[in-house]
Design a protein around this ligand. Structure first.
Ligand code: VGL
Ligand code: ZN
Length: 200
């Protein structure tokens, strides 16, 4: 068992309509994580934060911006700021979430991580917010495991937080989640099942 305390934070990554079935960039079985994450929100985390992918029209990550077809570095238009697709799913229990980070807002740089842009230059402020509230360990859940969850976890660890990815609370958009788990392990990030987490 892993006991969740007030020094732990839950980070809920990109649980947005566009990443769920029917959305513009749907993650296969993405909706399966919702009940798992709703269960996690009941644990005694000191803080709970959510991130939102939040792109302007014509964002650099959109295939359409370059007149191309979507691939895995050029995505379909998704999570356009203020749209229904960019909204956090209404099925998520948000009552204990005290911080929402909107990332990927610069038209010229993508931001997979909830901590900083992909060019590593601009931070979102999430790290100082967490540290300022006495958080030293983060549990990460959400979509997509192989992109935004992975980048967020690697940055969390590099920024000094003990980092645990809740495996049944994540789904990958690509076909090889094993490569992601190996990458995370290499960075000293551990994984746990939601059922291993408990209050004191
Ligand atoms: C994501 C692709 C593009 C994610 C965001 O949330 O994992 N993936 N933008
Ligand atoms: Zn995006």
């Amino acid at each position: 068992m892993i006991h969740v305390t007030s020094h732990d934070a839950l980070l809920i990554i990109d649980l947005q309509n566009d990443f769920l079935p029917g959305g513009a960039l749907a993650v296969p079985q993405g909706d399966a994580v919702i009940p798992v994450i709703n269960h996690l929100t009941l644990l005694p985390f000191g803080q709970q934060a959510a991130s939102q992918d939040w792109h302007p029209h014509g964002h650099i990550s959109f295939a359409s911006t370059h007149g191309r077809k979507a691939t895995t570095d050029h995505w379909p238009d998704h999570c356009v700021a203020g749209t229904h697709g960019a909204a956090i799913t209404a099925a998520l229990h948000q009552s204990r979430i005290s911080m929402v980070i909107r990332k990927g807002r610069d038209p010229d740089i993508d931001s997979y991580s909830a901590f900083m842009d992909n060019d590593r230059a601009t931070r979102t402020g999430l790290d100082s917010w967490l540290a300022g509230l006495g958080i030293n360990r983060v549990f990460i859940a959400g979509l997509a495991l192989d992109y935004c969850v992975r980048f967020t976890a690697i940055d969390a660890k590099a920024l000094g937080f003990e980092t645990i990815v809740v495996e049944d609370a994540c789904r990958a958009v690509g076909s090889d989640p094993q490569a992601t788990w190996q990458d995370l392990a290499r960075h000293g990030i551990t994984r746990a099942h939601a059922s291993e987490l408990a209050g004191l």
